[in-house]
Design a protein around this ligand. Sequence first.
Ligand code: R5P
Length: 307
Amino acid sequence: MLIVPDSYSSGLAGKLSDISGIKISAPTIRRFPDAETYVRVGAVNGHDIVLVAQLYPGQNGRITELLLLADALHDAGAKSIAAVIPYLPYARQDKRFQDGEALSMKTVAKLLLSVGVTGLLCVDLHFHKKPETFDFHGVKCTNISAGKLLLDHVRSVYPGIEAIGPDLGSSEMIANATGKKAVMEKVKICTNCGKRQSECACKGKDITYKVVTLKSDIEVRGKNVMILDDIISSGTTMLAAVDKLKESGAKKMIIGATHGLFLNNSLESLKAKADYLVVTDSVETACSKVSLAPLIAGSLKGLFKTH
Ligand code: R5P
């Protein structure tokens, strides 16, 4: 077995190699003057390959590099290729919300399969909330959760802290991390008519919806609380949850998520409201205090098991 990192994953690949003892075969990757990507892989004939790719930010270009690497590995005689993509971009377009839309996560799976990637390891996949192995449009996908890792990290600073999910979608992650259900209810309210998005009849491109968190299903008054989610994108879900929990009397507020994109300066807004903020290194940020390497390393060998 060999680990092959893309040009953004040498750090993660190094940690995986140190923990697992699997050697690295570093490819040569360069950019042409017109920004196209050149890749050349080493001697991989007959090896199972763990292709490590960190695809955010700049996912459109990084996916191209990943496809070139996988195809080159395949052509060079790799026995099998499993991609380790801790944060899978395009996973949030898992449905057609309107006719004619691309089902983007299916397209990503088809592209991976077409270049010989038959296994995939992701962490807290947005469209697949359970940690388990399943068929991803022909690719054997293993979804693992960093919830427990994040909770253990926070509990080393705030022992006994309660964890809660900011919406119903986070219930699997919370149950997996804590062994019990503790989630809040999130709704989108039309800023024009005040109704929920599902009941709103307003039409036109100027309609906007505000994220509001309604209630928590555990008592938080006087307690330190960690809000735990798969992803912080615009930050609106977390900000609404923090506001609600503060209003409900929570003491210290800790924010934790697997993937921190922190769009629209949300890192600053969240830092201003929380006592502690932590995300993993699936996307490198100033708050990436938890490394996914031990969790991922523990799952590598299973990627090549045939049954
Ligand atoms: C929702 O289902 C997800 O688990 C996250 O809560 C959501 O995608 C976070 O997005 P944002 O930070 O933009 O509110």
